[in-house]
Unconditional design. Sequence first.
Length: 327
Amino acid sequence: MMPEMITLLYSSDATMTRYAALLSIHKTFPIRDEFNYVRFNMAETRLNELADECNFIPLGTDRKCVLASDCAFLAKSKTKYKLAEGDSFDRLLAYFQSPSEFVDLYLLVKGEIDPKNELVKAIKNTGTIKEILLPTEDELAEKATRYFASKGAGIEPEAAREIARRVGVDYGRFMNELPKLLNYANGEQVRLESVKLLVAPKEEDDTFALSNALVRGDVKKAISIYRDLKAHSLEEVRLINMLANQFVFLDEVRYLDAKGLSSQQIASELATSPKRVEISLRNMYRIKPDVFPRILEELYVCEKAILTGQSDGEFAFMRFLANYDIA
């Protein structure tokens, strides 16, 4: 049975869609070369270029595969997707409505797709649309156990669960941590102590969540996130620096949004995901520009108190949270 000529995969984790696509592609194209396999990052590619490639008849091969990642033009967003000068949706829409039987096109979207989008509607009629769900912690732990067993090394059940807890929903990071642990174990069973030593908690995502809770004025949520980070041995000075970076990021998002850039353009400018930009914009609607410098100053005072021995880390940071005010 031949695969669909157009396959749209979407997920909140870009790595999940990429793995799913490559697994499917490998079945039809076990050997890939420049004649039968073309990849595009659509954050850097015009829609017309993708349409042209799909319309080109394969040379030297019966079929070809085209993989297009970061297809923000298919994603649900509060801001309208802005085309590059001279680009258009028309040629790609025409291709989606009548795809080539010689081309297997894979479109990857990070986030939700827009069911009202004319391009999505066309794909629904001529291809396949599939959501790639994130694995649960139990599924990740089971996958880790199978991985180490296939490599001739075991893993303690609690160690497998700890890997899942520490990487959270970041599937790409999960896949990167396993070989590192395997090499460290050197043929022995992977133990909980090794996971705690080598796999850092999901600090950046938690710090992003912490900064957004503060921007929303939800101090109770911020304290809950802080306590979780504290339980994973994150020191306050490091947390303060990470939190300061997050507030600088939020201020940059605010500035670029005020200049009229779309979420996609801001994400490209700041080398981050459109979803993270959209979350930031939703949480900042009531924040005045002069708030950010004041918060950064308060974080500096907090850090100074810790480094000079005036306060211990936990007391200083809890005092910062208790006195936090976005008014």
